[in-house]
Design a protein around this ligand. Sequence first.
Ligand code: SF4
Length: 121
Amino acid sequence: MADRKTPKLAVWKFSSCDGCQLTLLDCEDELLALTEEVRISYFLEATRKVEKGPYDVSLVEGSITTPHDIKAIREVRKSSRVLVTIGACATAGGIQALRNFKKALFANRIDAQAPIAAPRQ
Ligand code: SF4
């Protein structure tokens, strides 16, 4: 069992499908072995038990999409010695980032369309 000097690990969620966290949870045996090396101090997908920071390592899932998220990720960064993004959402914006291109995508589609005239009956 990990003691007080054991590095503290936190796992954070922002806008995402939870798939990355579920993948961590799927590593059942490895995750149990990891608890011998690190103390899982914050991982709401796995447990409601929460230990306050600072944390040695934070894993971040999901993208930053709201002003609240901006404030929260800055707090996570401040309370973490090392921060690691996991998955496409946290690393490159993921599905949520597509909304940044919405205008361009729709503009291209409209330009490519020919008017449709329905035959009268
Ligand atoms: S990268 Fe994003 S969409 Fe992909 S599994 Fe992780 S949370 Fe889900």
